[in-house]
Structure formats: C-alpha cells, structure tokens
Design a protein around this ligand. Structure first.
Ligand code: UD1
Ligand code: CA
Length: 451
C-alpha cells in the first residue's frame, strides 16, 4: 500500500486584491517567488511529494513550479469555490492511501519548515486533523479556532460567520492543515457551501472530524510566520519580515552589517565569515561573497562571485557574470558585467568593464571603458596580468592588451598591444607661448566693472 505523505499547495485563488497581471504566487519576495519559497520549505519535508493546485489558465505557475520540482504533480481547480474545493481538486493526483496530507497556501511564504514538520508529526493515530494556529494582535480577518472546556479544538469559524463571542477569540487559523489521508476524502465529502461566502471551506473539516470521533489539534506558530499576501501592502510587509530573517541569519553566521535595515539580501545570497557590508547595499539574486571581503556603502550586486579579501565600492555596480578575484579592488562608480577580474587587480574609479578578463595585478585607470558592443554583437577585451591601462582609455573590443603592457591616458585602443609595450593613440600636444594673455587683453573691454 502507498503510504507516502503528500503536500498540497493551494494557488488557484483569483487574488483580485493584488491588481496584477502576474499570478500572485509568482510575485517575488527577496528575489524568489512566493511559490518558490513555499516549494523550498516543503522540499525538505521527509517522505512527502508535492501536488500543486492551480486555476484554469495558470500554466505559467505550473511551469515555474517545475523549475523547483521537475516532477511536481499539478491539479486544476475548475471553479474557485473555496479552499475545501481546492483540496478536493487535488484528490485525483494523490495515489497514497495512508499517511499525512499537508495543505499549505501559496501566498504564505514565511511559514517555517520546523512548524510544518511538527504538524506532520502530530497528525498520527486518532489525530486526524492538525491545524496551524497563531495568536493575533489583530484577528479581524482570520478564521477563529474554537476550543472546548478541555482546550480541545472543536471547530473553526470564518470571521464572516462568527458570532460576537467567537469574533472575540484571538486564537486564529494560520491556514495550513495536516489531515490523515485515510480520512481525507470522506471529510471533504461532508463540506457544504452553506455559509456567508457560499464557499466550500476547508476549515469545516475540523467540526466534521470531531463529529466522527476523530481528534483535532493545533500547532502554534508566531504571528510573523503566518502573514499572508493578499495585497501589495501585504507583499511589502512580508518582504520586510523576510529581510529581517535573512539579515539575522547572515549576522549569526559571522557577517557584519553596518546598518542592517538598509541592507537588502536575496533568498539565495551566500556570504562567508568576516565579510563586512556597509550601509545601503543591495544584493540581488545569484551572489556569493567569500570570507573577508568588504562591500562598501551604496553598492549593487547581482549574479556575481566575490572572492576572499576583495574590496568593492562605495557606489559600485557589479552585474551578472562578474567574477571578482581575491584581493581585487573595485572602487566608486565602477560597473562590471561578464568580467573576470583576477587576483589583486585594481579598478578604482569611474570605469565600465564588460565582456572582459583583467589579469592578475593589472591596474585600470580612471575612466577606462571597454567598448564591448557594436549594436549587434558583444566583443571581448582581454587584459594581461600586470598591464597598466592609462586613465580615460577606450578599449575597442575585440582587443587584447598583453601582459605588462601600458596604454597612454586618453587613448582609443583598437589594435592588440604586445606584452610589455606602450601603446599611445592621441594627437601630439602643441603649445603657443603667451596665447592666453593675448586673448584676455583683446576682450578685456567686454568685462563689466564690479558693482
Ligand atoms: C483562509 C482561511 C482562514 C485563515 C486564513 C489564513 C479558509 C476557508 N479560510 O482564509 O481561516 O485564517 O486563510 O490566512 O480556509 N485558494 C484556492 N482555491 C480557492 C480559494 C482559495 O486555491 O477556491 C487558495 C488561494 O490561492 C490561497 C489559499 O487558498 O493560496 C487561501 O485562500 P484565501 O482566499 O486567501 O483564504 P483566506 O480568506 O485568507
Ligand atoms: Ca489569504
């Protein structure tokens, strides 16, 4: 008999309050979609395979889910008739005959793995239903958990359907639920839409389970973990909480954040020990920073690796495909893209390095530009180790500067430069003695007298 656990992820809701052409589950939090967060949280639950419930026409959501879990099962809920109806839609995709069906929402990305794991563990023996509960400072919109005198969960009432006494309860339904698969179909069969919303509420399974002498219990989590996203305002609140978590995690791992509230991390950011990050730094997706690197204020990084001891910023922009080597210095107003900058090289001021390699200990002068794009194709600039690029050089790619070569300041370099050579491309300077003094004397009469 198949006794595998399943995780049912509900993402079929219409989410009208988001006012977006993008399905709600695909909105990003810390650079990762909400659905991506949920899938990565449930991925590590033991012995559990996921089933994603989406609405008709939400194929982009299924495609995205397959990037996380290639073999994920999907179910279509034809009409959005409530959370109970959505779980029913998943039944056909469930082969398992026993075990735990864990139901989570695609719009609640802060729920923790440990909490879900506790719910699965509690859903055993006669305990057929485990509800995720939380005590809310502002319970108004949530379903309320109604307990009997022995503190056993007897039912859940939606806010809309609550009596004044029930409305006063501050113990709320967090949405996620674990249900024994043996009882799942029969409990769902008992749901009706006879309520204020005219929906099949998943929450009604509690009362039906109790009526069938089955046990129901609650696993409590902090309110911050339960925050769901129904609107853009919720999205920003969940982003803020996710950022708090990511910052706390890297600080616990030995990273100094000079002013944590101004530093933005991504869900996939990897930072080594003894890295220091200054104020107002944004780390977008795909960044790895090795031990001892220093990221100075107002720097933006994305899709880049930063090696040990590198010094980046202030005001640097490190774009995708940048590989910043050991002890490299990247200074203010420097932009790098698809660039390999090798050990000890320096690119300190006002420079664009794109589609390029910069060899070990090369020095790139202020205002250097790799001219990598001709309107159709990108071309490569290769700068050898120990080369010295004079300030304000334009390196018109494809071009190769040999090891140890120099380019004169202000040169437009269009041909390869041999190792250890000097290439200068600019007009000879000429001088007219006394010209400036003569010029001033000629026009002196136009100058207004000071008042
Ligand atoms: C739900 C709970 C409520 C709880 C709250 C916590 C029910 C009836 N109510 O209310 O007790 O306090 O979550 O946040 O369960 N969905 C579908 N198909 C549908 C309807 C919804 O897939 O037909 C999905 C949504 O995409 C969403 C999730 O289910 O991911 C929750 O739906 P939502 O309408 O947001 O439920 P709430 O009103 O927040
Ligand atoms: Ca919701």
């Amino acid at each position: 008999m198949n006794t595998e656990n399943v995780t049912i992820i509900l993402a079929a809701g219409k989410s009208t309050r988001m006012k977006s052409s993008l399905p709600k589950a695909l909105h990003p939090i810390a650079g990762r979609t909400m659905l991506g967060h949920v899938l990565s949280t449930v991925a590590s639950l033991e012995n559990s395979s996921p089933v994603l419930v989406i609405g008709p026409g939400m194929e982009t959501v299924a495609d995205h889910a397959r990037e996380w879990v290639p073999a994920i099962a999907t179910a279509i809920q034809q009409n959005q008739r409530g959370t109970g109806d959505a779980v029913k839609a998943a039944l056909l995709a469930i082969a398992s005959k026993a075990g735990v069906a864990l139901i989570v929402f695609g719009d609640t990305p802060l729920v923790r793995h440990e909490t879900l794991s506790d719910m699965i563990k509690a859903c055993t023996g006669n305990t057929a239903v485990v509800v995720l509960g939380f005590v809310s400072a502002n319970p108004a919109p949530y379903g309320r958990l109604v307990l009997d005198a022995q503190k056993n969960l007897t039912k859940i009432v939606e806010a809309k359907d609550a009596t004044p006494e029930e409305f006063a309860i501050d113990l709320c339904n967090g949405g996620a639920m674990a249900i024994r698969i043996e009882h799942l179909a029969s409990l769902l069969d008992k749901l009706s839409d006879g309520n204020k919303a005219g929906e099949f509420y998943l929450t009604d399974v509690v009362a039906h389970a109790r009526a069938a002498q089955l046990g129901c219990t609650v696993v409590i989590a902090p309110e911050a973990d339960i925050q769901g996203v129904n609107s853009r305002a919720d999205l920003s609140a969940v982003e803020a909480e996710m950022q708090r978590r990511l910052r706390a995690k890297v600080m616990a791992d030995g990273v100094t954040l000079s002013d944590p509230d101004t530093i933005y991390l991504s869900a996939d950011t990897v930072i080594g020990q003894d890295v220091t990050i200054g104020q107002n730094v944004v780390i977008a997706n795909g960044v790895t920073i090795a031990s001892g690197a220093v990221i100075k204020p107002f720097t933006h990084l994305e899709g880049a690796t930063i090696a040990e001891g590198a010094l980046i910023g202030p005001f640097a922009r490190i774009r995708p495909g940048s590989e910043i080597g050991r002890d490299v210095h990247i200074g203010n107003f420097v932009e790098t893209k698809k660039a390999k900058i090798e050990t000890g090289a320096k690119v300190n001021h006002l420079t664009y390095i794109g589609d390029a390699r910069i060899g070990e200990r090369a020095n790139i002068g202020a205002g250097t530009i790799t001219c990598n794009y001709d309107g159709f194709n990108k071309h490569f600039t290769d700068i050898g180790k120990g080369a010295f690029i004079g300030s304000n050089s334009s390196l018109v790619a494809p071009v190769k500067i040999g090891d140890g070569a120099y380019t004169g300041s202000g040169s437009v370099i269009t041909k390869d430069v041999a190792p250890d050579a000097l290439a200068v491309e600019r007009n000879k300077q000429f001088e007219k003695a006394g010209w400036a003094a003569g010029f001033r004397a000629r026009f002196q009469h136009l100058k207004k007298a000071p008042k």
